[in-house]
Design a binder for this molecule. Structure first.
Ligand code: DAT
Length: 180
C-alpha cells in the first residue's frame, strides 16, 4: 500500500462512521442528495459482491474479507466524490479520505433504535458497549490525522439536518480551496 501514489482528486472523499444505529446510512443518503456526492454503503457492497468469508452466526453479521473489499473500492475512491458509510474505519487506507465524521448517539436514544432493528440481545449489548466505550471514535483518532476527524451528535432529526448542512458547507469550502 505504501507505494500507491496519492492521486489528486477534484472532489473530496468523506467517511461517515459510527456505531450501528447512530445514523450513518440516513445521514449519508441525505448528504449525498445535498452535495451531489455518491453514497457507498459498504455493508451493502460486502453483501452484493460477497466480500466476506461467511456469516458469524453468533453476532448475525458477515465476516469481512478486508483485502477483497479494499481492492473492490480502490478504483471507486480514486476520482473522489464519495461518501463512504461503514461502522468501522480502521480498515481503509488513510489516503482515501479528506474528512472523517464519527456520529455519536446517547444511550437512551440508541438502545431503542437497535431494538427496533430486531437485533438479538447479544448484538444490542455489543453495540451499546461499543458506543459507550467510544470504540469507533478512538479508532478514527488512531487511524486518521486529528484535524480531519469530526465527532457529531446524531440524536434527533434536527441534529441530522444540521450535520448534513455542515457536510455541504465543508465540501463547498474544500472545492474552493482545491480548485486552483
Ligand atoms: P446506521 O447506518 O448508523 O446503522 P441508520 O441511518 O440506519 O443508522 O439509522 C438507524 C435508525 O435510526 C433509522 O430508523 C433512522 C434513525 N435515525 C438515525 N439517525 C437519526 C437521528 N439523528 N435522528 C432521528 N432518527 C435517526
Amino acid at each position: 500500500e505504501a507505494d500507491i501514489p496519492h492521486f489528486p482528486r477534484d472532489l473530496p472523499n468523506i467517511l461517515i462512521t459510527g456505531t450501528p444505529g447512530t445514523g450513518k446510512t440516513t445521514t449519508s443518503e441525505m448528504a449525498a442528495e445535498a452535495t451531489g456526492l455518491t453514497h457507498i454503503n459498504v455493508g451493502d457492497l460486502v453483501k452484493a459482491k460477497s466480500l466476506h468469508e461467511g456469516l458469524d452466526t453468533e453476532y448475525d453479521s458477515y465476516i469481512l474479507d478486508e483485502d477483497k473489499l479494499i481492492d473492490e473500492m480502490e478504483e471507486m475512491m480514486r476520482p473522489g466524490g464519495k461518501i463512504v458509510d461503514f461502522h468501522t474505519c480502521e480498515i481503509f487506507p488513510e489516503r482515501w479520505f479528506d474528512l472523517v465524521i464519527v456520529l455519536r448517539t446517547d444511550n437512551g436514544v440508541l438502545y431503542p433504535r437497535l431494538e427496533s432493528r430486531g437485533y438479538n440481545a447479544k448484538k444490542i449489548n455489543e453495540n451499546m458497549e461499543c458506543e459507550i466505550m467510544q470504540v469507533v471514535l478512538e479508532e478514527a483518532r488512531e487511524s486518521y490525522e486529528e484535524q480531519i476527524v469530526i465527532e457529531l451528535e446524531s440524536n434527533s432529526i434536527d441534529q441530522m439536518e444540521e450535520n448534513v448542512s455542515r457536510i455541504k458547507a465543508w465540501m463547498e469550502n474544500w472545492i474552493a480551496n482545491n480548485n486552483n
